[in-house]
Design a protein around this ligand. Sequence first.
Ligand code: NAP
Length: 490
Amino acid sequence: MSNSERFQLHPFDLVLFGGTGDLAMRKLLPAMYYRHNEAQLPDDWRILAVARSEMSSAEFIAAMEEAARRYIQDDEFHEDTWATFIQHVEYFPIDITDQSKYEGLSKALGDWPERVRVFYLSTAPGLFTRICQGVADAGLVTENSRVALEKPLGRDYDSAVAINDQLAEVFNESQIYRIDHYLGKETVQNLMALRFGNSLFEPLWRREHISDVQITIAEQLGVESRAGYYDHTGALRDMVQNHLLQLLVILAMEPPVSIHPDAVRDEKIKVLRSLQPITGRDVLTNTVRGQYREGIVNGQPVKAYLESEGVAERSKNETYVAIKAEINSWRWQGVPFFLRTGKSLAERRTEIVINFRGIPHSIFDTPAAPNRLIIRLQPEEIIKLQIFAKGRGDEMRLSPVNLDLDFDEAFDKRQMIAYERLLMDMIRGNQTLFNHRDEVTAAWQWIDPIIAAWENYEVEPAPYSAGSWGPAAASALVAKESCGWAEEYF
Ligand code: NAP
């Protein structure tokens, strides 16, 4: 298959369940507009948005425009492109739990088996299997259909298996696109390019040269309006099971034999299966649970998690988690992968820091520090390599300097948002950036024992002030095997 064939899009229908929701308005519809604006879409395509709210297509398009003007970059919003974009959009007010209401959608989709059909489930996860059954019963699933699901997929191993089994009754695995939007980010793709497109890093990418790895997803936001959902979920299920483990896997996997989806997914699954289980008393030494108290975030007072509306009285739910993960393999034995995520923290930052081992002997007066590779995904997407150089002056003193990969400077193109790539890949049928069911279940198999042990040992979340970097115990977690969390030395 040539490159142009691989990237070509065939006529398609994108059936967007939850079309009036936050994700659709903020990310998915703007993502489709960007692709249309860049003339990537074929002549023949449609978005069929579905939600319960009673309104006409014209009213839906007006709501979509209001959101688009807020969420699409000003210099990318062009009236004439918008006018052609909306000609491809239709709205269907349907309660998807009512099978009798599928008729209108069914008529609009028509009998067109060769046309690509993507069912995007941008609704609450509780509706996923109902929608799949609904589209199957309405006879809408064709050979060229695919289904895309947002996280979370289940809340433990058993529920994830049950959902996957129900999906499998309607769709083949090759038709199921389980989304982790972190994988659509440019920097994550560049992490693969860095590792597998350069000879420089591969010899160093192993236990002999890397002392430890840190992966942080820090949020400044608290639970806000999601308290009801979050209080039954917690940071471990909400962020570690999916985003943090996906980043770990991309970092740690062996070079795949090709970029073919199966080849990449096989390597990812191997990493998940070689994670050292954290069971029993190990949770006391390898994990830290936290919950935020009141504090100041970004100059604004924030009330304690326990005082947020929708949070149960004396809730023990964690809003912060830090974990020391280990991978049992020749490449990674003995290298700690420190994972952490939390709400109401000092900064919004998603970042991977790879600490290389220090030099064996320093001939300079300056204390030796390790080289670091820093891959930041949020708030900006950058990759920098920290090395040491002699500072200006007559003294032989070493100072850290960064070799920055500035993508804005190197590439004269707007940086795509993750959903643009993911949507295009779904439409063209490329599953590389989507999770196989075995990945989801392997991730839960590692997460479940941690939750069970927390319950067994009644591990209470340690308090931390909103606006800090989390509980003190998290610093102790890294102290023995690392020079501290990234914010302590940057
Ligand atoms: P949301 O704002 O609550 O939107 C839910 C959508 O589902 C609305 O359009 C709602 O419209 C529709 N809906 C609900 N019940 C329905 C029914 N019976 N029949 C037809 N439509 C129905 O949720 P969201 O934030 O967009 O999230 C959507 C999914 O993406 C969730 O699985 C979430 O976990 C995931 N996700 C969201 C984000 C984000 O940034 N928002 C990020 C990552 C993952 P009506 O009320 O008009 O029916």
